[in-house]
Design a protein around this ligand. Sequence first.
Ligand SMILES: Nc1ncnc2c1ncn2[C@@H]1O[C@H](COP(=O)(O)OP(=O)(O)O)[C@@H](O)[C@H]1O
Ligand SMILES: [Mg+2]
Length: 307
Amino acid sequence: MSRIHDALKRAEQERAASTGRHVESAFEQPTSQSDEARESMPSMQASGAMAMPAMPTMTMNSAFNYESLIARCAQREWSPDPRTMLFFQADDSRTGAEEFRTLRSRLYQIREKMPLKRLLVTSALPKEGKSFVAANLAQVLVRQHGRRVLLIDADLRNPGMHRHLGAPQSPGMSDYLLGECDEFAALQRGPMENLFFLPAGKTVSSAPELLANGRLKLLLQRVEPLFDWIIMDTSPVIPVSDATLVAGSCDGILMVVRSNVTPSDLARRAREEFPDKLLLGVVLNGAPADKLQHSKYYYGEAVSSHA
Ligand SMILES: Nc1ncnc2c1ncn2[C@@H]1O[C@H](COP(=O)(O)OP(=O)(O)O)[C@@H](O)[C@H]1O
Ligand SMILES: [Mg+2]
């Protein structure tokens, strides 16, 4: 009797394996390997030949749509920095706002020619205005009726976006990548309708390993259908490799150059880190008013693509 039972059980297990259930469980338990390594070893994962780290149950199989996101992700108190966050107040004619509208138009023009939803914002060095540009771009995009935007702070080494927004830093990206929380817990929304924020999360010392462990890619696949735009703020390119890791998961890159600050050779070196087809253009940040056509335009100017 027990031999028949064992045989039936074995047959059931083999059927389950052949219908691909092992693939789902491999997704549910991402490892700390890179995507490439994970993709090249599905059979090892399926057969259980490889030790898998214990991970908490994720929300792979539960309903994941915009309504569930609104219902389950926390609404937080934000205190946006009034000096640099241009679109939170009723007055939307502030210095710099027009440049962000121009940048928005150019992105829509580019989007007519290529698929463009996941946008990475980076620069050569720290403090050039990556977070400033990413945050205001997300705001100006969400200002358009019905547009849904996810803003991600993927600068795990020196996160700054939460300070611009006056939002909590965690839970967020690092907590999610470590498998310590699910998407609903990592994401938050503030006062602006349809603008969601994934902060950097708690400070970690293993940013490149975390960004390459496969969970970022998984997260982006899950949230992509819910949003019109996903804007990712990253670490600077010259000192560290994190931005190039994140670039593998995006459709296009905006390079920020701070006027009269970024050395041109470093800007060029940073640009060379990315394939030409991903580079959409350069945002010249902090250009002096007298250098621009209209004196009220101060904060930045979107330069044409492939500048
Ligand atoms: N165009 C600008 N005008 C005024 N202040 C700016 C501008 N761009 C950036 N800043 C300020 O410069 C500092 C660095 O900007 P931030 O966006 O945090 O840089 P990064 O993300 O590149 O390290 C912040 O205090 C920010 O408020
Ligand atoms: Mg920053």
